[in-house]
Design a protein around this ligand. Structure first.
Ligand code: PGA
Length: 255
């Protein structure tokens, strides 16, 4: 039977130094003590590449899992200066990788590259969180649904979900990232349902692919977001870099 975990994924972006590990230690202590609810959720943090190895070895037998924010689209090794492949990430303990974040799409990630990124992450036993989301312009044009559908169908194929939760989708409207603005509950409910319909078309109804929401999630709006039962978790940027904010989100979600 499909699991019902909620995902809380903290995306640190280009922030974090070795000593920032203290933030994770405090979050990990909270999760361990949260015995009433901690079997209902999973927490991942995606620090910058520079911290993955030390953090993943430190948190190896703990509750927090460590992932990466991106990867190069070619497998294994190659003469690609400045790039990091799926094999390299897996070797240093990355369990998950974000693919298709709007920051990386803006820097040139194409659908073809995103396909290759997902495939090589899966080949190397990492879970993938595939990010999609419309810009303000698409939204204003009333183009959100066709835009999201095209982002999903031009990259995903039914081979990508052979193991449960090996693929997770994160809906992050670009206009809500880092702006403090989130979609209305009504809008968000409709959009998440729509994304799940498209995923059912691609993967079949029983695939039960999880869909997260991301974009300005914090402890002040989590009470509005948690009533939307279609949302399977959250991709959290700014609020994941302070332990109190991140813990408050989880705490309020379950209480
Ligand atoms: P935010 O970032 O929570 O700071 O809006 C989310 C993201 O970019 O993943």
């Amino acid at each position: 039977m499909a699991n019902n975990f909620k995902y809380f994924i903290g995306n640190w972006k280009m922030f974090g130094l070795p000593e920032s590990k203290n933030i994770l230690t405090l979050i990990d202590d909270f999760i361990k003590a949260d015995t009433k609810f901690n079997s209902k959720y999973k927490v991942y943090i995606t620090p910058p590449f520079t911290l993955i190895e030390s953090y993943s070895s430190f948190f190896k037998n703990k509750t927090i899992k460590i992932g990466a924010q991106n990867l190069y689209h070619k497998d294994n090794f190659g003469s690609n200066t400045g790039s990091v492949s799926a094999q390299m990430l897996r070797a240093v303990g990355s369990d998950l990788v974000l693919v298709g974040h709007s920051d990386n799409r803006a820097e040139g990630d194409t659908n073809e590259m995103l396909k290759q990124k997902i495939q090589s992450a899966l080949n190397n036993d990492m879970q993938v969180t595939f990010c999609i989301g419309e810009s303000k312009e698409e939204k204003v044009k009333g183009n959100t649904f066709p835009f999201l559908k095209s982002q999903l169908t031009s990259v995903l194929n039914s081979e990508f979900n052979k193991i449960e939760d090996s693929l997770i989708v994160a809906y992050e409207p670009i206009w809500s990232i880092g702006t403090g603005m989130i979609p209305s509950s009504e809008e968000l409910t409709k959009t998440i349902k729509y994304i799940k319909e498209v995923l059912n078309e691609i993967f079949g109804k029983t695939s039960n692919i999880k869909v997260l929401y991301g974009g300005s999630v914090d402890s002040s709006n989590i009470n509005d977001l948690k009533i939307i039962s279609e949302i399977d978790g959250f991709l959290i940027g700014g609020a994941s870099r302070k332990e109190k904010n991140f813990i408050d989100i989880i705490n309020k979600y379950f209480r």
